[in-house]
Design a protein around this ligand. Structure first.
Ligand code: SAM
Length: 243
């Protein structure tokens, strides 16, 4: 199958994203390590370590998948804190919940199957909302950002960890080779499916670069928006606050 999603009608994209993640859910963590040489763990740690969050806070991790971010966030909110994992894909959530239980994380976690574009939570119900490697899969990103703002309490922070635009010229050819040659080959090796990883490479390329995403967050209504590049812009952390 060919997953070049430029050719796919928007209505079918949702289903496609569901299938891509269902087909890799069990091997998802291994894949991440192989594709990033383990560096995704460092990015995630930094993302959580620098979040505006306190003990006892209630946090929503969107596109939470297998729960890497939620597990790290739980260390920061402590016993009294609450973590809600939201993901559109039931299979990813199930793997996430199993993994969390294996890590001994049971109390203070909630799993909600939901689309980031229309969240089933009341206004102003979270102190922090995070989305890591998820926004690029959301079809209507503006709607997703507006929903993140809506469910945040005033003064609360939204954080986006996502692939972005590489800023160093010397690194670009290496990065291209990795995206278009190494990724599909790894996809074939691990998932027996190079199509899913072609989708991945394309979704990474189509994601709005740093300044554009910052402007989108401002347009959605966030204040004090800013971003920080990690690893020469392979990924960036965007932050915004609810006034
Ligand atoms: N945050 C996790 C991490 O960093 O390891 C998982 C990231 S994974 C690349 C992307 C996740 O986004 C998948 O679990 C997928 O099911 C979810 N997703 C895709 N579209 C979504 C949407 N519209 N709303 C909520 N979750 C979505």
């Amino acid at each position: 199958t060919h997953f070049g999603f430029r050719d796919v009608p928007v209505a079918d994209k949702q289903k496609l994203v569901g299938e891509v993640f269902s087909s890799v859910a069990g091997k998802y963590d291994l894949m991440n390590d192989a594709m990033s040489l383990g560096i995704h763990r460092v990015w995630k740690r930094y993302f959580v370590a620098t979040a505006q969050v306190r003990r006892g806070d209630r946090v929503l991790d969107l596109a939470g998948g297998t729960g890497d971010i939620a597990a790290l966030l739980k260390e920061r909110v402590g016993e009294a804190g609450e973590l809600v994992l939201g993901d559109i894909n039931g299979e990813m959530l199930r793997v996430g919940r199993d993994r969390m239980t294996d890590r001994g994380n049971v109390r203070g976690f909630e799993y909600v199957q939901c689309n980031a574009e229309s969240l089933p939570f009341p206004d102003a119900s979270f102190d922090l909302v995070t989305i890591a490697f998820g926004l690029r899969n959301v079809t209507d990103k503006d709607a997703g950002l507006r929903e993140m703002l809506r469910v945040l309490k005033p003064g609360g922070q939204a954080r986006v960890l996502e692939f972005s635009e590489v800023t160093a010229d010397w690194f670009k050819p290496i990065y291209d080779f990795h995206s278009f040659k190494v990724l599909p080959a790894l996809g074939k090796l691990f998932a027996g499916d190079s199509g899913s990883y072609q989708y991945l490479a394309e979704s990474i390329r189509k994601h709005p670069p740093q300044a554009e995403l910052k402007a989108m967050m401002e347009a959605a209504g966030f204040v004090r928006c800013d971003y920080k590049n990690l690893s020469a812009g392979i990924v960036a952390i965007h932050t915004g606050y609810k006034a």
